[in-house]
Design a protein around this ligand. Structure first.
Ligand SMILES: [Zn+2]
Length: 408
């Protein structure tokens, strides 16, 4: 296996989850048990450029099929994040009707719409049909394709480049991050800015967030490793912010190396120093995630077995990819977790892959309140607690499993 960024052989183990079904590959209830495909899920680290990356994996067409069900607009937390991002970028870059924003992996358009309503020209690129269609229904122009340098050239030569390229939560999802970033550099106008957001590897390892590893995430970036990817693509980082979304993310502000040469904020050197001090550029630091995954599996199973022995029901909240990783890793089935609620009607009536747990509408929380609710997207814990309070469902105790089993 050669590094997706620098091409060196990759051998340092970070996490081995065995074989896993596709995290967002919900299955219909009438599909025979055990027939959904499983693929090895193993992350290794390149000790030359320190990029953590999956070992091969299924083709993009399998990972992001036409019926890919993830719609980001269902999360209140995400919608607020998108709104804040848009306000901030419009103010910082002085964007108006003469400017153009291109968002890569637009999903259902909930972020891009924040620019469109202010009269800014918008274009979205989204390879999956279901979210692309949801974005079109908001009136957004969408190119339904996988993004790379060829598409970037076609888009630039067609309608011109972009003053802002939004590449949030996508760089880790593509098999060739350098080619993707090269496409971003092609799309940028002379003074253009591209932002990249991604979960920070330091938060993943130190926060023991092993359930954020799934086949769709090919790369897990630190600032050290992503800087190497971006520089090969002709982009330079001139500022960054640390964000709380997805358990701790980074937002990088980049421009073309041939661009205006904005001064580099001190936050960039500060974070590089912080990563060096934490051990991101040393092999030992990467040895702590696998033992954490083993421990969480033991703790979660102990909690679920004890609840069942007491005759108590534990339901699940959020049929998110994280949940598929966690439940399949721990070997949790319907005997321990009879259902998972999800707001997205596209998911309801189907089963989580592998563990075969039914996805149901939220009404079950009011109709037959469980004693506990295991919040699979633990980053939405606060949102779920508020939702339960609003619904008068305060007898239901929320539970999260990462970084340790926490009840209430
Ligand atoms: Zn490398």
């Amino acid at each position: 296996m050669n590094c997706r960024s620098c091409g060196a052989p990759v051998s340092l183990p970070l996490l081995d989850l065995g074989t896993m079904p596709l995290a967002n590959g919900l299955v219909d209830a009438d599909v025979a048990p055990g027939t959904e495909p499983r693929y090895p899920l193993c992350v290794r680290v390149c000790t030359r450029c320190w990029l953590a990356q999956t070992d091969g994996g299924p083709a993009p067409e399998l990972l992001f099929p036409a019926n890919y069900p993830y719609l980001s607009g269902y999360s209140v937390t995400w919608r607020e994040h998108a709104r804040r991002y848009a306000h901030q970028m419009i103010a910082r870059l002085g964007l108006g009707p003469s400017h153009r924003v291109i968002e890569l992996a637009t999903n259902d358009g909930s972020l891009l719409a924040e620019f469109a309503v202010r009269g800014i020209q918008c274009l979205g690129v989204e390879p999956a049909f279901v979210p692309a269609q949801a974005a079109r229904e908001r009136g957004l122009p969408i190119v339904e394709a996988f993004f790379g340098p060829d598409l970037a050239v076609a888009l630039r030569d067609g309608d011109g480049g972009a003053d802002l390229v939004v590449a949030n939560n996508v760089l880790g999802h593509v098999p060739d991050p350098v080619g993707f970033a090269r496409g971003v550099a092609i799309l940028l106008r002379d003074h253009g800015v591209a932002t990249f957001e991604f979960p920070a590897l330091q938060c993943l390892v130190d926060g023991q967030q092993f359930d954020t590893v799934y086949h769709e995430h090919h790369s897990y970036f630190s600032l050290i490793s992503v800087t190497h990817v971006l520089s090969q693509a002709g982009l330079r980082v001139f500022d960054l912010e640390r964000l709380s979304v997805h358990g701790g993310s980074l937002r990088l502000y980049t421009e073309r190396q041939s661009g205006p040469g904005r001064s580099v904020a001190s936050a960039v050197a500060d974070l590089l120093d912080c990563e060096q001090a934490a051990g991101v550029a040393s092999p030992d630091w990467y040895g702590r995630l696998q033992p954490a995954a083993d421990r969480v599996r033991r703790e979660l199973l102990a909690f679920l077995h004890q609840a069942r022995a007491r005759g108590q029901v534990v339901g699940g909240y959020g049929a998110a990819a994280k949940g598929t990783t966690l439940l399949n890793w721990a070997g949790v089935g319907v005997g321990l977790l009879p259902w998972v609620v999800d707001r997205n009607p596209v998911k309801q009536g189907r089963l989580l892959p592998g563990c075969r747990i039914p996805v149901v509408a939220e009404q079950v929380l009011a109709d037959a309140p469980p004693e506990y609710l295991l919040v699979l997207p633990w980053n939405l814990r606060r949102e779920v607690i508020e939702q339960l309070a609003r619904g008068g469902l305060t007898t239901i105790l929320p539970v999260t499993a990462i970084p340790e089993v926490t009840i209430g």
